[in-house]
Design a protein around this ligand. Structure first.
Ligand code: HOZ
Length: 426
């Protein structure tokens, strides 16, 4: 930790909080964040040369593992031809074809540079399409940092206790209604009360930003039906869940097709990418084919396309999702066992290769209120114990763990040994 601490002190004087994204700071768990020097497969190495089994995976993108040789080669091949042209390229078509083929709701797709851009743009398009202004989101869901969506948001916003960010104009925040997740009745009442005023409902179909939280049976289909009844655009934010447990994401897993989908993380294979897509009828409103303006100098960047396409091709191979499921189940079942053995009350949520262990006595975590019952001090101690034992988890109770194809059974055994040792001391 010596060099990481030194680097952090240096960074703090010239970068706000010493980090370029708040969730990277170890604020909720204390201490200096690890500065990472390199990564390979399931492991990351910090500035002091210490190696850790990594379950952060760059917050989701590294599903095939760090520095996968095929992804690196693809980037290399693209790089020698130039890094950005600001003009259309053939790989953008290949990427669009892969997405349209894989994601049930997507008939047309526009590439952007981040998940934030994707959700912000999708909302603009939904507003343009419906001619309405109000949007509905859910408490604790996080859709990036655009003004309209920084309302009762999860992830770092929740972790740092900043549910309403200064700088978001009240007039804009008033157009966003945030409702309890997994509560269809409240959505129905809200849509009735605001008849003909709501443009879209946006949600994480499986929440990853207050820890992992699956939808209750019927919740997604119920939203689909309500949106159809009220002429509201249903947007699944699959920035985290896209390509995670099936190529078609949560919409494939749960068999509910939204009108629009936002993507990021995995689709960039570790380079900065986002995307939004949906029904042709809606997407054709996007400039230049329609009047809703959205643009980006680096959108569809050739290196990002190369990394993303290669990652999706790896995922398309037989057995990849079975392997992710096998490893994730082994880890989650093992963690449940060691927590029980140590007498630590916890709720264990897992959907495919995303998982959370919540330190709560509430038994079940299914919405923001139950997520908030967690003992975050206990999580902090757990986090530090795991770090000391060589396991790198997200430094917040309200973030997901991610399995990759590069993790091994040995990694999981070591993780479980570390957890057993750590939980005994809590
Ligand atoms: N969605 C990520 C955390 N839940 C974002 C990572 C970040 O904010 O840097």
């Amino acid at each position: 930790m010596g060099r990481s601490s030194d680097l952090f002190n240096k960074a703090k004087s010239i970068i706000p909080g010493g980090v370029n994204s708040p969730v990277r700071a170890f604020k909720p768990v204390g201490g200096a964040p690890l500065f990472i020097s390199k990564a390979s497969g399931s492991k990351i190495v910090d500035a002091d040369g210490a190696e850790y089994i990594d379950y952060v995976g760059s917050w989701g993108p590294m599903i095939v593992g760090h520095a996968h040789p095929r992804v690196l080669e693809a980037i290399d091949r693209a790089m020698v031809n130039g890094t950005s042209f600001g003009a259309p390229t053939e790989p953008e078509i290949e990427m669009a074809e892969l997405v349209v083929e894989a994601v049930p709701s997507v008939e047309m797709v526009r590439m952007v540079n981040s998940g934030t851009e994707a959700t912000m743009s999708a909302i603009r398009v939904a507003r343009g399409y419906t001619g309405k202004d109000l949007i509905i989101k859910f408490d604790g869901c996080y859709h990036g940092v655009s003004d309209s969506l920084l309302v009762a948001a999860g992830s770092g916003v929740e972790t740092l206790g900043l549910p309403d960010s200064p700088g978001v104009p009240a007039a804009l925040a008033e157009l966003t209604m945030s409702l309890p997740y997994n509560n269809l009745d409240v959505v129905e009442q809200t849509l009735e009360k605001n008849r003909d005023k709501v443009a879209c409902v946006i949600l994480e179909p499986v929440v990853g930003n207050m820890g992992v939280l699956p939808p209750e049976p019927g919740f997604l289909q119920g939203l689909r039906d309500l949106c159809d009844r009220h002429g509201v655009v249903l947007i699944f934010d699959e920035v985290m869940t896209g390509f995670r447990w099936a190529l078609g994401g949560a919409q494939e897993l749960f068999g509910v097709t939204p009108d629009m989908t936002t993507m990021g993380k995995v689709i960039g294979g570790g380079l900065p990418v986002g995307a939004y897509g949906g029904k042709k009828e809606i997407m054709e409103l996007v400039a230049p084919s329609g009047p809703v303006y959205q643009a980006g100098t680096l959108s569809g960047n050739p290196l990002a396309m190369a990394a993303g396409i290669e990652t999706l091709k790896i995922l398309k191979q037989d057995g990849t999702y079975d392997r992710l499921e096998y490893l994730s189940d082994k880890l989650a079942t093992g963690l449940r066992g060691v927590a029980e053995k140590a007498g630590i009350p916890a709720a264990h949520n897992r959907v495919g290769s995303m998982f959370s262990m919540f330190f709560t006595e509430s038994g079940r975590v299914h919405d923001y209120t139950t997520a908030k019952t967690c003992d975050t001090d206990r999580f902090a101690k757990y986090f530090m114990g795991m770090l000391d034992a060589g396991v790198y988890l997200a430094p917040s109770q309200f973030e997901a763990g991610f399995m990759s194809l590069a993790h091994t059974e040995r990694d999981i055994d070591k993780t479980l040994e570390a957890a057993e040792h750590t939980l005994k001391l809590l």
